[in-house]
Design a protein around this ligand. Structure first.
Ligand code: ADP
Length: 398
């Protein structure tokens, strides 16, 4: 089965064509600056063909049409025509409380995704543009929506409630949803397979530009660090993460910020960028810290401390832990972050081979705990697209 996986942003559209029979990516790329002068498409096939072209794309429909054109290009394409694509899987940010499992898209589902726009005001409209663009260009091809918030829907009510007046939940849907769900679900599934125990307790650390920690029992989410929005939880590249909520009004007053201003301050100017003043990219932070930049070191220390705190909290929530997983850009690549997070967790039964942590290959699934460690520690490259493709196939396979 060939599944096209689409991740649509407001002006970009990432795509991957996945051959599920071989669990392989046949081709992938991105359309950028959709609806903005200078739009372009890039493409890379597994055979090694590459392509980049400036191409006018007024909207997401144009972008999908371009994607199909390049996928079926007689010279560098990977399919003869569109009929080889069996189904399309769409990443959708917010499903609210009504949409959680992957679902076949019809008019009712489109309406329900629309109803969640207040909860995902930036992403859901863009996701809908991607879906509608695809429907226009690929009529009759089944489409599936996979929700980033779906994973968190397994949380117990006492785990997802905020201690606000109950009407905030009842009337305005204010609760913890969690994000990065497809990634947590994918790496948790892999960890359960590696452990050979479908009932294991697993803590997953998705550390990237956006970061979250989650914990699960038998593959069902017990807790996750992001909340109503992705701002809660760990400090991130540019997001503040957990803090005293009174800081919001205090800073609005001191800095004379309006709603937009404080939103920008907490989402775009904070996190490790805010602390360091150097960068939101952990490669830059590591380099600066190695050159003696104290604030870069402080940003790294603050981040790692918070990840460690979540691991401790989640071990308590789970009543023990069988495996800890690191994934995403930082989790997969930044050995220093892993070392700092994991050192001192011996009391939990975590015994890491720190030499191997420093020398293990990148881009592969590896176990960095010692064979005798009671808690296994894995680095597992995430693959949200493969997860979406599998979900899509499960709902559309004839
Ligand atoms: P996103 O949340 O955008 O999906 P990714 O999971 O791709 O982010 O992670 C991107 C981040 O990963 C970069 O901003 C950078 O901080 C970090 N990163 C990537 N490669 C390395 C590396 N070799 N060492 C340290 N950090 C890295």
């Amino acid at each position: 089965m060939k599944i096209l996986v689409i991740n649509a942003g407001s002006s970009s559209l990432k795509y991957q064509l996945i051959d599920l029979d071989h669990s392989s990516v046949i081709a992938k790329g991105i359309c950028e600056r959709i609806g903005i002068p200078g739009s372009m498409i890039s493409y890379k096939s597994a055979k090694g063909d590459k392509y980049e072209k400036q191409q006018d794309m007024k909207n997401h429909e144009d972008a999908i049409a371009m994607v199909l054109e390049v996928l079926a290009d007689p010279e560098i394409g990977v399919i003869k025509n569109m009929s080889e694509i069996d189904a399309v899987g769409h990443r959708v940010l917010h499903g609210g409380e009504k949409l959680y499992d992957p679902i076949l898209i019809d008019d009712e589902v489109l309406k329900a995704i629309e109803d969640c726009i207040p909860l995902g005001p930036l992403h859901n409209p863009a996701n809908l543009m991607g879906i509608r663009g695809c429907m226009a260009v690929m009529p009759g091809v089944p489409m599936v929506a996979v929700f980033d918030t779906g994973w968190g829907m397994a949380m117990e009510k006492s785990h997802y409630m905020y201690a606000l007046p109950y009407e905030a939940y009842e009337n305005y849907k204010v609760r913890r949803y969690g994000f990065h769900g497809t990634s947590h679900r994918y790496v948790t599934g892999r960890a359960l397979e590696l452990l050979g125990n479908p009932n294991a307790k697993v803590i997953t650390c998705h550390l990237g530009n956006g970061s979250s920690v989650s914990c699960s029992k038998a593959g069902k989410c017990v807790d996750t660090s992001m909340g109503l929005t992705p701002l809660e939880g760990l400090p991130m590249g540019t997001r503040c993460g957990d803090m005293d909520p009174a800081i919001v009004t205090y800073l609005m007053e001191r800095l004379n910020l309006d709603k937009k201003g404080i939103d920008n301050y907490l989402n775009k100017k904070s996190g490790v960028l805010g602390i360091s003043g150097v960068s939101s990219d952990f490669r830059d932070l590591e380099e600066a810290a190695n050159n003696g930049n104290e604030r870069a070191q402080l940003a790294l220390d603050t981040f790692c401390y918070k990840v460690k705190k979540y691991i401790g909290a989640y071990a308590a929530a789970l009543g023990g832990v069988d495996a800890i997983v690191f994934t995403a850009g930082v989790g997969e690549n930044d050995r220093g972050v892993r070392e700092k997070v994991l050192s001192g967790l011996e009391y939990l039964g975590v015994d890491v081979d720190f030499d191997f942590n420093n020398s293990c290959p990148r881009g592969e699934e590896v176990e960095i705990s010692k064979p005798t460690s009671r808690v296994k520690v894995f680095v597992i490259p995430t693959d949200e697209e493969m997860m979406i493709a599998r979900d899509t196939a499960a709902l559309t396979a004839k």
